[in-house]
Design a protein around this ligand. Structure first.
Ligand SMILES: CC(C)(COP(=O)(O)OP(=O)(O)OC[C@H]1O[C@@H](n2cnc3c(N)ncnc32)[C@H](O)[C@@H]1OP(=O)(O)O)[C@@H](O)C(=O)NCCC(=O)NCCS
Length: 137
């Protein structure tokens, strides 16, 4: 899957392509959003129909694998991609989007209207994460 080509350098640097595969990537309910620049895929994000036990909503999606190739970061692509995915999910009557955000991306998500849920937690070899959510409807 071509999303792995962006996930691998940005989120799994140095690790094999298998480490980029998420459970549910191939499900019909999963939505992958990407940004192409001059025909090249440079940014990806995936929305999976997953429930979080601290998030109350009948229909909720998890945002995973938010990644912009390094030379394309800080140009607004992440925001555009996220807004696009949110609009798609809004049209599918999704109540809430949640994600487990890396500490470095915390401000990015805050600016996009996401708020922290509960306490931060550590993911081995990656670091501190915060569960964050945004109400869509
Ligand atoms: C986090 C990430 C997805 C954000 O995507 P991005 O395209 O860099 O994000 P944007 O450009 O939309 O916004 C990021 C910042 O750039 C700023 N920005 C937006 N448009 C800009 C522009 N045209 N020029 C300069 N800066 C801009 C934003 O204000 C924001 O500032 P902040 O750092 O103070 O929050 C991306 O940086 C990335 O892949 N990082 C590494 C992997 C990662 O941490 N992923 C998240 C896992 S939870």
């Amino acid at each position: 899957m071509s999303v792995y080509k962006v996930r691998q350098p940005v989120l799994r640097g140095g690790k094999p392509i298998e480490s980029c595969v998420f459970e549910g990537d191939d499900l019909e309910t999963t939505i992958h959003v990407g940004v192409f620049v001059a025909g090249e895929l440079v940014a990806v994000s995936s929305f999976l129909k997953n429930k979080h036990d601290k998030v109350l909503s009948e229909c909720q999606y998890q945002l995973r694998g938010m990644a912009v190739l390094e030379s394309f970061q800080n140009k607004g692509l992440g925001s555009i991609m996220l807004n696009y995915g949110e609009q798609l999910l809004k049209n599918k009557l999704t109540g809430v989007i949640w994600c487990n955000a890396r500490e470095v991306a915390l401000n990015f998500y805050k600016k996009q209207g996401y708020t922290i849920v509960g306490e931060p937690f550590n993911i081995k070899n990656i670091g501190l994460h915060y569960t964050m959510k945004k109400k869509l409807t």
